[in-house]
Design a protein around this ligand. Structure first.
Ligand code: GSH
Length: 423
């Protein structure tokens, strides 16, 4: 029989138990027709949680409140689960990161974003202090993740579930790309986690916020209505707004300017090239036999070194590629995020090796003589790779290009786990 979780469908605190349940194979279902602000005010609910907050889990032996505790309880329902690690010290580290996620990440995120979302009084100096504390925590997390794929050990634990749910609130509500790019390992970790099948089953498609929400005082008259529309049903009711002062935090204000008309992509202004990217992509896709003679030869016949450039990329953190599907997901995510470059790029990504750690190497063709700046700016994966421009006067480098395009195996003496194409 399923355990019933009282929470709305978009409650990141509820997600913790739902994701843990996926990992441990326990059935947890959301209470039917739960309505935030209504269901959690009833006498029956207040008997389960006297403070009236969600989530609450109903168990055969009575209710439990506090989302991290609920997630721990659900995890313990399966004694064989590895979500609590495999030794006492791993367990200690898991609890350490759970507390860190609650007190350093979630609490500081709330200091920054809750007042902006209308759930607290907006005071610029308090916000500045909140952002500084949050950046300090993220910096420490980033350093840890520079040499660790997961928070603890070599697999997902409850610490990753709780940390990711807390970061999920930040990434989706106010941590824009320009904010998170200072913490590339946190970015990589977050996108890797939310793309794990058991996470994405609960979280769905995750989209990073484009803007930091304006504080109540900075909103134009029509904006509060808009904001109310986008507000998740689960969040606490807005407090009465006090008069707020204009914020001084530059990092946040940067995001608030009115959107400017989109300028033409500078790559469209380059002198025309004799190479037509779509022709090459068609040739690549349609060549089924004699690939070397037809597609590779065709590529070099078409290639225009004036209008395009070729680049090798090498993943900087191959030591972290210890789990095949996580490595493949990472590369898959990179190619998805390159969608913005489809008009201007072609790429091959090879996942190399028959056992972990896998090496990830790639070849990219970009319009123009350099890697386009907008790709560097918009796609955070770019900085996770070392980039080397191909010197086509060097026959060995040309041959390497050809081998990468045709998925030659063995590649540099090793088998391929996978080869993915961006076209
Ligand atoms: N520490 C609690 C926080 C729960 C919490 O703040 N829940 C919010 C929704 S995400 C709530 O119920 N707010 C209603 C209220 O403040 O009355 C947990 O992790 O479960």
């Amino acid at each position: 029989m399923a355990l019933i979780l009282h929470a709305g469908k978009q409650n990141k605190n509820g997600y913790k138990a739902l994701i843990a349940a996926e990992y441990v194979g326990v059935k947890v279902e959301l209470a039917e027709n739960f309505e935030m602000g209504v269901s959690n005010k009833t006498p029956e609910f207040l008997k389960m949680n006297p403070i009236g907050k969600v989530p609450v889990l109903e168990t055969p032996e009575g209710p439990i409140f506090e989302s991290n505790t609920i997630a721990r309880y659900v995890t313990r329902l399966n004694a064989d689960s590895s979500l609590f690690g495999s030794s006492l010290i791993e367990y200690g580290h898991i609890e350490q990161w759970i507390d860190f996620a609650a007190t350093e990440i979630d609490a500081n995120l709330a200091r920054w974003l809750y007042p902006r979302l209308g759930y607290g009084v907006f005071l610029p100096p308090a916000e500045e202090a909140g952002i500084a504390a949050f950046k300090r925590s993220l910096g420490a997390l980033n350093t840890h993740l520079a040499s660790n794929t997961y928070l603890v050990g070599h697999a997902v634990t409850l610490a990753d579930i709780i940390m990711t749910c807390n970061l999920y609130f930040g990434f989706s509500r106010g941590m824009t790309k320009s904010f998170t790019s200072e913490f590339p390992h946190v970015e990589r970790y977050f996108w890797t986690m939310v793309n794990q099948p058991k996470f994405s089953k609960i979280l769905g498609e995750v989209k990073q916020a484009d803007v930091v929400p304006s504080p109540p005082s900075a909103k134009k008259p029509s904006q509060p209505k808009e904001a109310a529309k986008g507000k998740p049903k689960d969040e606490p009711k807005k407090e009465t707004k006090k008069e707020a002062v204009k914020p001084k935090v530059e990092a946040v204000e940067e995001e608030e300017e009115a959107p400017k008309p989109k300028p033409k992509n500078p790559l469209d202004l380059l002198p025309p090239s004799k190479m037509v990217l779509d022709d090459w992509k068609r040739l690549y896709s349609n060549t089924k036999t004699n690939f070397r003679e037809v597609a590779i030869k065709g590529f070099w016949d078409m290639y225009d070194p004036e209008g395009y450039s070729l680049w090798f990329c090498d993943y900087k953190y191959n030591d972290e590629n210890t789990v095949s599907f996580v490595t493949l997901n990472k590369v898959g995510g990179f190619l998805q995020r390159m969608d913005l470059a489809r008009k201007y790029a072609f790429g091959k990504m090879l996942v190399i090796g028959s056992e972990a750690p896998y090496k990830v190497k790639g070849l990219w063709l970009f319009r123009g003589p350099e890697i386009p700046q907008f790709i560097m700016d918009e796609c955070y994966d770019m900085e996770l790779y070392d980039w080397t421009k191909v010197d086509i006067s060097d026959e060995a480098q040309k041959e390497r290009v050809s081998q990468m395009i045709e998925d030659a195996e063995p590649f540099e003496g090793e088998g391929l786990l996978d080869a993915k194409c961006f076209k």
